[in-house]
Design a protein around this ligand. Structure first.
Ligand code: SF4
Length: 91
């Protein structure tokens, strides 16, 4: 059950999560070309190992395990998945 980045990340993009993710599955990173143009960061659901490290460090509590995403934020489950399906991950 992967973790999901939700609405609170929009416009914040703190990226503390990027630094702690052990499998580098959160993109775009501040070092990647797409970072400035994108609203929020996304977690690759196929690479996430469900460690929870990102959730702990997020300053705006934007990250949830998929099965704990609040009901009004469930569209973000799809948004995270689609970001990687579209090949937007530049890593
Ligand atoms: Fe990375 Fe762990 Fe967060 Fe998954 S739960 S995105 S592996 S830090």
């Amino acid at each position: 059950m992967p973790y999901v980045i939700t609405e609170a990340c929009i416009g914040v993009k703190d990226a503390a999560c990027v630094d702690v993710c052990p499998v580098d599955c959160i993109h775009p990173t501040p070092a990647e070309a797409g970072f400035a143009a994108i609203d929020q960061l996304y977690i690759d659901p196929l690479s996430c190992i469900d460690c929870g490290a990102c959730q702990v460090v997020c300053p705006v509590s934007a990250i949830f395990p998929e099965d704990e995403v609040p009901a009004h934020l469930t569209p973000y489950i799809e948004k995270n998945r689609v970001y990687y399906e579209q090949g937007s991950n530049t890593a």
